[in-house]
Design a protein around this ligand. Structure first.
Ligand SMILES: [Zn+2]
Length: 185
């Protein structure tokens, strides 16, 4: 049985996570962020069933060199029979044109991770200067769930490795009596 909302446990508020999330959102508005995407972008046209030319934008992964769909954009839902855009049939979307969300398959990645896995978290100044790097510090990596062509996404592989090193670093820091918990930051 579904629990009523009031009984659901709220995740604990951690200021560090909150600040990091806000900084991350701000960083996505940086010119360097969109420039990194532009540099990895390539577009081409495909012919739709109705003969229209449709623009497709793909991004080249800096890791594996494969091409991936970018941006969590909306795309019209096309009726396979008529070739026309479909409309909603129920609720608030009734009669309105239907769109589907195209899930982004790429990530703009910091070549040097925001938290240096070798040193662990130092302070907010360090984190900010690493996060707000120039376009040279960024790369576009494929980022998808599961496996494709028999391999995980480059972003998944990279972050897994970084986390493993950071876990070792934090273990060492802890053994030295230093606090590594995000709540103490
Ligand atoms: Zn890749």
């Amino acid at each position: 049985m579904k629990k009523p909302k009031s009984e659901k446990k709220k995740p604990e508020f951690v200021l560090y996570n909150f600040i990091k999330g806000k900084l991350r959102a701000a960083y996505k508005k940086l010119p360097a962020f969109s420039e990194a995407l532009t540099r990895a972008k390539s577009d081409y046209y495909v012919t739709a069933k109705n003969g229209n030319q449709m623009r497709r934008v793909h991004y080249k992964c800096a890791g594996c060199g494969r091409f991936f769909k970018g941006g969590s954009k909306k795309e019209p839902v096309i009726d396979p029979v008529t070739g026309e855009q479909m409309v909603g049939t129920k609720g608030r979307g009734k009669g309105k044109p239907l769109f589907k969300r195209i899930k982004s398959e790429i990530a703009v990645d910091h070549i040097e991770p925001i938290i240096n896995p070798e040193t662990g978290f130092i302070d907010y100044n360090d984190m900010i200067s690493r996060m707000f790097c120039g376009v040279e510090g960024l790369q576009v990596l494929c980022n998808y769930a599961g496996e494709r062509d028999g391999r995980k996404s480059c972003h998944a592989i990279k972050t897994k490795e970084e986390r493993a090193v950071l876990a070792q670093t934090n273990k060492r820091l802890k053994a030295e009596g230093k606090s590594v918990t995000t709540k103490d930051r």
